[in-house]
Design a binder for this molecule. Structure first.
Ligand SMILES: [Zn+2]
Length: 270
């Protein structure tokens, strides 16, 4: 009997040693920083987590202000807060989220979760504002319809501080050389076409500058109205006419005015 009990004890200790390290790596012990709109989870880098928490709130405020949502919509409070996960390493991030090798962040839109790992500056400066913008826009537009690609990617890149100037410059060159994609074509591009037959660089640059034109030239308030009309199922020209009745009544108006704006920007940025 005692022999059996003894061997049972040994077995328990051995299995404890075998399983313990596995358990630790399978379930990271998350620490959480609770902010107004964000819950930042981290494993071992509180300094980075604090920076992420601070930056995320800054971006939240500038994004909702730019898009005209700040005065009306209160996203992500209390139990609706966005969850940010900072894994302990790139390897763990890739394994746990299933993100591709090259990725430095992963967003799950319907769960409102963004994941990353320490040691990449471009997360803070570009991935974080980009993905937060996608989440804000998705919350505003609702989950039913497709957000037009130019709008979705244009807005997200407009909110990346470094991309903004860079993309506007490229758009200026395209417009000056009459090498831009006509807006009636641009505004209908979907992801499949983007991969197949549209020049990706041109598409992004123009989308960003088009969003910039609408926001800077016509204001955030009207931009929100325009997005709201698309959300309610109006077609593009109807939404334009509704939001900008005295200036942008159709896509031709929009193209002319956008081109003029881009050329002016080009002069300013020389
Ligand atoms: Zn994007």
């Amino acid at each position: 009997m005692s022999h059996h009990r003894f061997s049972g004890l040994v077995f328990c200790i051995v299995s404890l040693f075998v399983t313990l390290p596995l358990c630790v790596s399978a379930i990271p012990e998350w620490q959480v920083i609770k902010g107004k709109h964000f819950l930042v989870h981290y494993v071992k880098d509180p300094v980075m987590a604090e920076r992420v928490a601070g930056k995320a709130e800054e971006y939240y405020s500038s994004i909702t202000t730019d898009l005209g949502f700040a005065r009306y919509d209160n996203f992500w409070l209390w139990e609706n807060r966005v969850k940010i996960f900072i894994y302990s390493s790139k390897t763990e991030f890739t394994q746990k989220t299933g993100a591709p090798e090259w990725a430095i962040g992963k967003t799950v839109c319907d769960k409102k979760e963004i994941s990353t790992f320490p040691g990449n500056d471009s997360f803070m400066d570009s991935v974080l504002p980009h993905e937060l913008t996608h989440l804000v826009l998705r919350d505003f537009m609702g989950f039913k319809g497709e957000i037009p690609l130019w709008l979705n990617e244009g807005v997200s890149q407009w909110e990346e501080p470094a991309k903004r100037t860079q993309m506007v410059k490229i758009a200026g060159r395209l417009a000056a050389g009459n090498k831009y994609i006509p807006l009636d074509k641009l505004m209908l591009v979907n992801v499949r076409q983007l991969v197949a037959d549209v020049k990706v660089g041109e598409f992004y640059a123009q989308s960003v500058s088009l969003v910039g034109f609408l926001i800077e030239k016509h204001g955030s308030e009207r931009f929100r109205i325009f997005c709201g009309q698309l959300r309610n199922g109006r077609g593009l020209e109807d939404a334009l006419r509704f939001a900008y009745p005295d200036s942008l009544r159709n896509i031709d108006d929009l193209e002319r005015a956008w081109k003029k704006y881009v050329m002016e920007q080009k002069e300013v940025n020389r």
